[in-house]
Design a protein around this ligand. Sequence first.
Ligand code: T5A
Length: 214
Amino acid sequence: MAERGRFITLEGGEGVGKSTLAANLASRLGSLGVSTIRTREPGGSPGAETLRNLILNPPDAIGGWRPTAEALLFYAARSDHLDRTIRPALVRGDWVICDRFSDSTRAYQVAAGGVAAEHFDALERVVVGADAPDLTLVLDLPMDIARTRMKIRAIAEDAIESRGAAYHEAVHRAFLDIARANPQRCVVLDASSAPDALADLAMTEIQRRFAEVR
Ligand code: T5A
C-alpha cells in the first residue's frame, strides 16, 4: 500500500496570492518527483463546484445567505470534496495542495460572520474528522496591497468579497489568530514577496517539515 500523501492548505484573505502559490508549489513538488494534485475550496469536486456557485452567487430572490446557512453550505461542499477528491488522493499517496479549507470557514463565517465556535467545532468533527491538514501556509498581506492586486485583475466581486472593510479586517485578524493558536500546523508567510520568492519561502518550510522532499 502507498504511504499516505501530505495535505497542505493555503489560507488568507482575497488577493493575497494563494492560487499563484498553489500553482508554483504543485510544479516545484512535481519536479522533485512528488505526485501532487492542486485543488480549491469551495469546489474541488463536481458536486462541490456546483455548490460553489450557489454559495458565492446566491439567487437575488433570497437576499444573501445567513451565516449559519452559509457555513453549512461550505461544509456540504467540503464533505463532497474530501470524499471524492482529497481522501482518495491521500490514500493513493499523492500530495494535495488545497487553496482554502476549514480555516477559511473559521475566519469568514465564525470570526467575521458570528457563527458559534462550538457549531464550527461540531461540523469539523463530523466532516473533517482525522483528515486535518498536515501543514497550513497562511499568507499575510496588508489589505490595501491585496485590494490593489484584485483591482488589477478586474474580476467582478462575489457575495463574500463585496462585504465591507470591517468584515475583511476581522477575517485578516482571524487568520493570524488561527496561526498563533496552531503553531504546529500553521506557518505565516509574508505574501508581499514576489511570486518566486514566496514559493521559495514556502518550499523551505515544506522541506523543513517533510523528510520525503529534502
Ligand atoms: N470562503 C471560502 C469562505 O467564506 N469560507 C470558506 O470556508 C471558504 C472555503 C472564495 C471565497 O469564499 C470564501 C472566501 C472567498 O471570499 P475565491 O474566488 O476562491 O473565493 O477567492 P480567493 O480564494 O480569495 O482567491 P483569489 O483568486 O481572489 O485570491 P488569491 O488566490 O489569494 O490570489 P491570486 O493568486 O489569484 O492572485 C491575485 C492577483 O495578484 C497577483 C496575481 O497575478 C493576481 O493578479 N499575484 C501577485 N502579485 C505580486 N506578488 C505576488 N506574490 C503575487 N501573487 C499573486
